[in-house]
Design a protein around this ligand. Structure first.
Ligand code: B4P
Length: 191
């Protein structure tokens, strides 16, 4: 089984690179951001709750996201592997993910951290906001999402580095250039 965490700040290219990873490695894509946006679109109770946090650029509570993930595992028992995109985002989520994988006799193989500076991140997200109208891609919200990333999410880098799983990838360049950097990391290891 090949289990990849695609890690990075908002706008670092996680969703973009995940699409290419799915095509090449036929993995099950788990994007908590996509799941939450889908709930919001369908006006579910969960969507209503998530929207309150997402429009402010805050993280949705750990317990909510961890429950979503647990259910997804139950519904995809035959997967050849997973790409975790936007999950975990806190140490609590990281520990919960490890525990869920242990229960299934598997583990995270590699954590690809897309490294992009704040100026490029902001520029990309503002552009995306103009095109998609995503209501968390406004200058004010982007600022708080970046703060949340540095405070709550980036400590996970150390967590995975201690496990020997963290690989930093330069996240600047064309989408294809970045993907070929990622491919090299995945293909050279015997997972
Ligand atoms: P996500 O959906 O994960 O949003 P994101 O981090 O902003 O997106 P991503 O990083 O995937 O964007 P991409 O680079 O693909 O989360 C949204 C919100 O949901 C969170 O803020 C939080 O509130 C909530 N949430 C989600 N998961 C959660 C969790 N686990 N716990 C708690 N809350 C959670 O794209 C960015 C833009 O850059 C695109 O327009 C793209 O076209 C462009 N781009 C990509 N690569 C590029 C390149 N190489 N060059 C130029 N532009 C590029």
């Amino acid at each position: 089984m090949l289990n990849i965490v695609i890690f990075g700040a908002p706008g670092s290219g996680k969703g973009t690179q995940s699409q290419k990873l799915i095509e090449k490695y036929h993995l099950t894509h788990i994007s908590t951001g996509d799941i939450l946006r889908n709930e919001i679109e369908h006006h579910t109770k969960l969507g209503e709750l998530a929207n309150k946090y997402m429009t402010k650029g805050q993280l949705v509570p750990d317990s909510v996201v961890i429950d979503i993930l647990d259910e997804l595992f139950v519904h995809n028992p035959d997967s050849v592997g997973y790409i975790f995109d936007g999950f975990p985002r806190t140490l609590t989520q990281g520990e919960a993910l490890d525990a869920m994988l242990v229960k299934r006799n598997t583990a995270i193989n590699v954590v690809i951290s897309l490294e992009v500076d704040d100026d490029h991140l902001t520029e990309r997200l503002i552009k995306r906001g103009e095109i998609s109208g995503r209501n968390d891609d406004t200058p004010e919200t982007i600022k708080s999402r970046l703060q949340v990333y540095y405070q709550q999410t980036s400590p996970l880098k150390e967590y995975y580095a201690e496990q020997g799983k963290l690989v930093k990838i330069d996240g600047l360049g064309t989408v294809d250039d970045i993907f070929s950097r990622i491919e090299k990391v995945i293909d050279k290891r015997d997972y």
